[in-house]
Each structure stands twice: as C-alpha cells, then as structure tokens.
Design a protein around this ligand. Structure first.
Ligand code: HAM
Length: 485
C-alpha cells in the first residue's frame, strides 16, 4: 500500500481539499492475443435491429453468414500493439527524410494498370492486383510507388524546380509467394531525387538509409549494402554487339541468378538471341566481386567503374564506407534502372533484401515525358521488423496517455467531463472513463493504459465542498501537477 499526495485547487466555486489516499500498486500491462475463430455476424438486408447488423454483400441468401475473422491471405490487421510499432517505424522513416530536407508526397493506391505494364518480363507484372472498374477502366493496386512518382513529375512539368527531393510512405500490393518478410501487401518508404545526374544523389540516398539504421540500433555489422551499376551491362552490350533493346530483359534474367539454377538462366538468355559465347562471358562478369577485377574483365575503366569509384569515395565523406561493398551480381528486378543499383542485406543472410534502389534516368520518357535523371530507393516495413526481432531490438511500446479521469460517483460524471475537456484544451491527453467506477477499477485501468496521472473526481466525505479532485503521479508518487480550471 502506498500513500499518494493530493493537490488542492479550485474548481469553479467548489473547493478541492487535500485527501490522502492509499491504493495497491498497479501491475504491468499484460498483452493478450485474439483467438483465431469464426464469428457469426447478423446480416439484415431490409432494416432489422441496429445492434450487430452489417451491410449485406451483393449476393447473400441466408439471414446469417459465417465470416473468416482473419484478413485475406498475405494481408494484415493492425491492432493497437502493431499500430504502435508501425507508427514508431514510420516516424523514423519520416523524421530521417525530413532531416535530409525531403518533402512528403503521396499518390493513390489505385492507379491505371498501364502505369505498371512494362515489356521486360518483370516478376512484378505477374503479381499485379488488377481489375476492371465499373466504368470499364483497367486499374491496378500499385505494386510500388516509383511509377506514380514519375507520373506526378510529368504532370507537374515545368511548374516545379529541380532537383526535387521527395519521400513517401505508402501501401503496395503484390500477389507474391509468401516467405519471411514478403507479403501480399506491404508499406514502402521511398526517397527519390529527381533532376540530379551526379552520383552525389545515390550517395546521399544511401546515407539516409544508414542514418535510419543507426537510429533504430542497427549497425554495419548487422547490415550492408551491395552496390553495382547497370552501366556494367551497357558496356558489355557494346563490347559484344548485343542490341540495346534487350537491356531490360537481360537485367531481369540476370537478377534471378541466385534464385534459379544457372542452366535455366542460360536457357532464358539464349531465348533473347545472345550467343552462347557472350552468355558465358556475361555470367563471368556478374560473378565479379571487386572493382579491379571488373576493370580487367571489361578491358578498362568505363562509366560504370568511374561512377562506382566516385560512390565509394563519397561514402568515405558521408562516413559509411564500412556499410557498402561492390557486388556485380546486384542488378535488381525492375526494368527501369539505368545506372547505380544497390540493395540492403542482413549480414547473417537469413532474410531477403531489406531495401533497394538505384538510378532510373529514362523512366519518364517511357510514359511520354521528357527524360529527367532520377534515382531513389524503396524500403519495406516487413523485413526490417524481422531483422529487429532477430537482433532483439524491437522497442517496447505501450499505450500512453497522460491522464485518466474518472468520476467516482454517478452524479459527478458531468464534473469529470468538464475536467477532462479542460485538460484536453491544455493539450494534455486524457482517457475519460465514461461511467462512474470504483477506485480499484480505475487504478487497474490506469496501469493498463500507462496513464501518468489518475484524476479522480469524488465527493469529500468530511467536507462541505461538492467535488474533490485527487491528482497523483503514478511513477514518482509525488504530486507534479495542479489543476486550475
Ligand atoms: P523493390 O526492390 O521491388 O523496389 O522493393 C523495395 C523494397 O520493398 C524491398 O527491398 C522490400 O523491402 C520491400 N518489398 C518489396 N516487395 C515486398 C513484399 N512483397 N513484401 C514485403 N516487402 C516488400 C521498388 O519497389 C522500387 N520502386 C524502389 C525504388 C524507389 N527505386 C527507385 N525509387
């Protein structure tokens, strides 16, 4: 049992008198999980009772239907405990972006299907959630944010001054085979720079991801970035006389090197018309792990090597050299990249790519706009949570509210409401108990919602005053606040 100091203050014309109150110290919040089961929902098409009635789906014959209480496969609910984690993560995404001077943008989740259809045979196209709307338009749930960003940049035209530094956090949909950290919907944090041809753009983008990792406790011994350039392939194409229009297609095939057997890769490359000799050389190029070896194999330093060398030199200036390494096998699975590409990976090799991005200088012209140099990255919300779990770095996030206000007597509910309103007017968060409850109940709830101050509105036993206001501080047991309304 602990003693709590109570304040005296004036509430309208009523005096608040100090009272000494004993209460049992509160137990920590216990989390509970929702049981997986089916519920029975009442479905009344033509009116019926309000309680429990839902709007009926288009074809429902029965009065009642059993619904699966789980969300569709690969999608998630966000109950409060998950929502707290999501907000924590998104706040870091947003704070880091703002730290680097980027402005937030957003786009519709539903876009025209054509925006996502590219000819290179990307996996992402087969994973599209697409359908015809009621106006017979082909639409799709966005699988990524970059095409929408390109669309908006074209739409804005000359009204915006370059370079643009934009960021977005949005939900993406891909009908993906489910593995650890890969879902059918995920949120992606994107940062993009439009109108900057220099490698300084890529260097800054990687720096912002490193900043994010450091903020959440991830170090260079947990995570690294594999970096390469698609210009390597361009130079190879030139050397072997491979037609340029095969570029996107070949990138998509090369991206599968670590996912499917090498004979399959050779077969797929063969279908493009590339000679067997060139295929062998190509596979050799993509197995290279050092810039010097690449220089040897390509027969001199071209643009790819120059860009990569510049990136490594800038990494030193930004202070993240230990995070990045050259790896020619990184090509990325999207057709539009044209220059430096990079992927964040966990050093233990347990998870899929944590994030990825690169330069896409020609995406805008594929939509009919003028080409503007651009680069950016996408960072999903799923793999990073798996990594934080692995490293035991998940934050402990409880509900937080400053005050819990409760009337201890039914006829004081109005007074409690007035006090709660006054507190909220002062910018304080309040959990107002909406019916009178006994003390024991209030303290239990206060512990559950992590309320810092219980504000109890009750009648004084030995006083002529109408109200008493009991204010205490749970954590320190000391009065730190007084109410003047
Ligand atoms: P992406 O590599 O397809 O690139 O996706 C970027 C990141 O999104 C991945 O590294 C991963 O963290 C996350 N992600 C992708 N698919 C899933 C999934 N099915 N489940 C969970 N997480 C997933 C892009 O989307 C590019 N548009 C990124 C970009 C922006 N490039 C330039 N600007």
């Amino acid at each position: 049992m602990r003693a709590i100091h109570i304040v005296t203050t004036r509430l309208s014309s009523s005096f608040i008198r100090p009272v000494l109150l004993d209460f049992v110290s509160c137990s920590p919040l216990r989390q509970f999980s929702t049981p997986r089961r089916f519920i029975c929902a009442a479905s009344k098409v033509n009116g019926g009772s309000r309680s429990g009635s839902i709007v009926a789906p288009l074809v429902v014959n029965e009065e009642f239907q059993n619904i699966d209480v789980n969300p569709p496969k690969g999608t998630r609910d966000f109950p409060p405990e998950d929502m707290r984690l999501r907000n924590w993560l998104f706040n870091h995404f947003k704070e880091v972006s703002r730290l680097f001077g980027y402005e937030e943008v957003d786009f519709p989740v539903l876009e025209t299907e054509a925006l996502f259809i590219r000819k290179a045979g990307e996996e992402i196209r087969d994973q599209l959630y697409c359908f015809e709307d009621r106006g017979n338009r082909r639409v799709a749930l966005r699988p990524e944010l970059t095409p929408s960003l390109a669309r908006l940049v074209i739409q804005k035209g000359k009204s915006v001054s370059l370079p643009l530094k934009w960021f977005a956090v949005g939900q993406c949909w891909r009908y993906e085979r489910m593995t650890r950290g890969r879902r059918r919907e995920h949120y992606q944090w994107n940062m993009d720079i439009i109108g900057m041809p220099e490698v300084t753009a890529e260097a800054e983008l990687i720096s912002s991801i490193v900043t994010f990792f450091k903020r959440i406790g991830i170090t260079a011994s947990d995570v690294g970035f594999k970096v390469s350039s698609r210009k390597v392939l361009q130079e190879f194409f030139k050397k072997y006389g491979v037609p340029e229009d095969l570029f996107g297609r070949v990138c998509i095939i090369i991206d599968k090197i670590e996912k499917i057997p090498i004979d399959e890769i050779k077969k797929e490359l063969g279908f493009t018309g590339i000679s067997d000799d060139a295929i062998e050389q190509l596979l050799q190029v993509f197995s290279v792990k050092s810039l010097d070896d690449l220089e040897d194999i390509l027969g001199g330093a071209g643009e790819a090597i120059a860009d990569l060398k510049q990136l490594f030199s800038l990494a030193e200036k930004f202070g993240y050299s230990e995070w990045i390494q050259f790896d020619a096998s990184v090509v990325r699975g999207l057709a539009y990249y044209t220059g430096i590409v990079f992927e964040g990976f966990d050093r233990e090799g347990k998870l899929r790519a944590i994030c990825g991005g690169g330069r896409y200088d020609r995406l805008l012209s594929t939509y009919g706009g003028d080409d503007i140099p651009a680069c950016g990255f996408g960072f999903g919300d799923a793999v990073i949570v798996e990594l934080l779990k692995e490293k035991d770095l998940l934050p402990e996030l409880g509900q937080e509210v400053e005050n819990i206000v409760c009337a201890l007597d039914k006829d004081l509910q109005g007074a409690a409401t007035t006090i709660a309103t006054a507190l909220k007017d002062k910018g304080q968060t309040v959990d107002l108990v909406l019916e009178s409850k006994p003390l024991k109940w209030v303290f239990k709830r206060a512990a559950r919602v992590n309320a810092r101050r219980p504000v109890l509105v009750g009648k004084l036993v030995r006083s002529v005053s109408r109200f008493c206001l009991q204010v205490s501080n749970f954590k320190s047991n000391l009065m730190t606040w007084s109410c003047s309304i």
